[in-house]
Design a binder for this molecule. Structure first.
Ligand code: GDP
Length: 551
């Protein structure tokens, strides 16, 4: 089934023959793409900036505070972009080191946490799990981890804020191992924490990296003194208790650590772990170097015709995010495409699998900022913003050559539910039109009540902002002032057995029965506990799933 599309199966095509596999392979091997998963305030913005600093994209980091003040309106990165004048889209940030081209995909957090945050992970090949050393695992990290697990993404753990009071390093690893059933391998190990955070023990080389606090407050690369473990001077530099603790912990790590197997990392079964302080630049360089060494390059994608390898010479890609510009002066919609194979070229003509139509990709990446560079070319692992209003839907496949269809991107389990009411019956048509179009963009999901007789659509989303955006756009684009009535549910479960299973299960308590856009039964619960209770009392209901692919 998963036969690889080989060159011989291609139609003769001029464009295809011009992009030789070797040329593609070279471009692909340079590329590393990743997304950061974290809970707000763990230091994503700070780490991003420091990665840019060490990646050579900027020469001085700073003013994180000033950015924070303005961040709620826009993506963190758009603010970064304004300040630094570097090429960042709100969705993908690209920077180059000597040997690599790195794409960092934005996973919006804070108020703008939503489906897009999850969908971005569909375009990522690697994830960096950023953990606050003082707090351990937090809710948003857990949710995003689930999506990474589903996709078997390699997970690199960066435990940040070691300069603050921190949980024990071993405790943190234990939490990750137990809760996520994810093996860990610490690449470096902290020497002290909080005020006594002195440096890191770098295990691959048995070196001690001692940090020197400087006056730049992290705006410049940190100075580091590197000494081999066993160097006698270490015992005078490192306080006795910390030295002893380190000695014991190193021994313990050697005894219990899983070996660092690349394959396991790439399967998402083993997470390399790094400690550091992004704010002080401690450990960022070691992290970036190791990440580039162990991260996977752009991966093949499963499609209806089999695995599409990144060096498959025809261009293929899928839309993972649609973004409507909220600024009324720029009414653009941008479709973000993850390139899966071949070469993207400005102006190229592609087929859109869903409609069978040909689309000319004429205005790539021209959005938001007036002076944005247009993208001329792109390869597997890259993200390209296409400015083709109303052409694309989430999950769309575009391709050249033989027909290829990538599976859709799953909807994620909504946690917020709200009736959307149109108080003005004369606006019925606009209401329906707006609802259908905005749903098509995947901003929210819509459900309909089954047991209450009420016909108003129920909006379902993972973030509150999605409701507000929808309400705003219904008014500004369709002229309908809708009213939202929040419902007290927080968990949705699709019933795999469909309506027959519901019938078999009999009367259901402590949940509401609704149907999705395709008429499939969904149960809404107040909390996870009600789900377990229902499962225990109505076993006939069969399997329940937190989301369902479009049929
Ligand atoms: P985000 O919400 O994940 O993007 O977090 P930010 O990067 O905005 O950081 C949140 C707060 O934590 C800011 O006040 C940062 O200055 C601070 N912060 C980030 N990294 C560190 C660190 O390594 N040590 C300390 N002490 N503070 C940090």
């Amino acid at each position: 089934h998963s036969s690889r599309l080989s060159d011989s199966s291609l139609h003769e095509d001029k464009e295809a023959s011009s992009s030789s596999t070797e040329f593609l392979a070279k471009e692909i091997s340079k590329r590393r793409n990743f997304a950061i998963i974290s809970h707000p305030d763990a230091g994503k913005t700070t780490l991003t900036e420091k990665l840019l600093l060490y990646g050579g994209a900027i020469h001085e980091a700073g003013a994180v505070k000033a950015r924070r003040a303005a961040r709620h309106a826009t993506s963190d990165w758009m603010e970064l972009e304004k300040q630094r004048g570097i090429s960042i889209t709100s969705t993908a940030l690209v920077f180059e080191t000597d040997d690599h081209q790195i794409t960092l995909l934005d996973t919006p957090g804070h108020q703008d946490f939503g489906e897009d945050t999850y969908r971005t992970l569909a375009a990522a090949d690697n994830a960096v799990m950023l953990v606050d050393a003082g707090k351990g695992l937090e809710p948003q990290t857990r949710k995003l981890f689930e999506v990474c697990r589903m996709r078997k993404l390699p997970i690199f753990t960066f435990i940040n804020k070691m300069d603050r009071p921190a949980l024990e390093a071993l405790e943190l690893l234990d939490e990750i191992e137990k809760e996520f059933e994810l093996s860990t391998h610490a690449i470096n190990w902290p020497i002290g924490s909080g005020d006594r955070f002195m440096g890191l023990y770098y295990r691959p080389k048995n070196e001690v990296h001692l940090f020197e606090k400087d006056q730049s407050h992290g705006s410049k690369e940190a100075s580091v003194q590197v000494l081999p473990w066993g160097d006698p001077s270490l015992q005078t530099i490192i306080p006795e208790d910390l030295y002893q603790q380190l000695e014991e912990e190193i021994e313990l790590l050697e005894a219990v650590s899983q070996p660092l197997e690349l394959e396991k990392i790439h399967q998402g079964e083993l997470s390399p772990v790094f400690f550091g302080s992004a704010m002080n630049n401690f450990g960022v360089k070691l992290f970036l170097e190791s990440f580039l060494k162990y991260a996977q390059q752009p991966i093949p994608h499963a499609a209806d015709v089999g695995l599409i390898e990144p060096d498959y010479p025809e261009f293929t890609g899928f839309v993972f995010k649609l973004q409507a510009n909220m600024d009324p002066k720029h009414r653009d919609k941008v479709a973000f495409v993850r390139v899966c194979s071949g070469q993207f070229m400005k102006g190229m003509k592609v087929q859109l699998a869903r409609t069978g139509r040909q689309v000319s990709l004429t205005r790539p990446q021209k959005m938001f900022a007036q002076d944005r560079m247009t993208v001329e070319t792109g390869f597997a692992g890259d993200v390209i913003g296409l400015n083709n209003p109303n052409t694309f839907a989430i999950g769309d496949t575009i391709y050249t050559g033989s027909r290829v269809v990538f599976p859709g991107i799953p909807s994620f389990s909504p946690e917020l539910f709200s009736y959307m009411r149109n108080p003005n019956p004369s606006k019925y048509k606009q209401f329906q039109k707006g609802l259908t179009e905005l749903l098509g963009e995947g901003a929210v999901q819509v459900l309909y009540s089954v047991d209450s007789g009420r016909t108003d659509p129920i909006l379902a989303a993972v973030g509150q902002l999605q409701f507000e955006v929808l309400q705003y756009r219904m008014s500004s684009e369709y002229g309908v002032e809708v009213q939202l009535e929040p419902l007290g549910y927080s968990v949705a479960r699709w019933v795999t057995g469909g309506w027959p299973a519901i019938q078999k299960a009999g009367k259901l308590y402590n949940c509401a029965t609704v149907k999705d856009w395709w008429g499939r039964p969904v149960l809404l619960f107040r909390n996870g506990w009600s789900v377990s209770q229902l499962m225990a009392e109505n076993s006939e209901i069969g399997e329940l799933t937190p989301y369902a692919l479009p049929p």
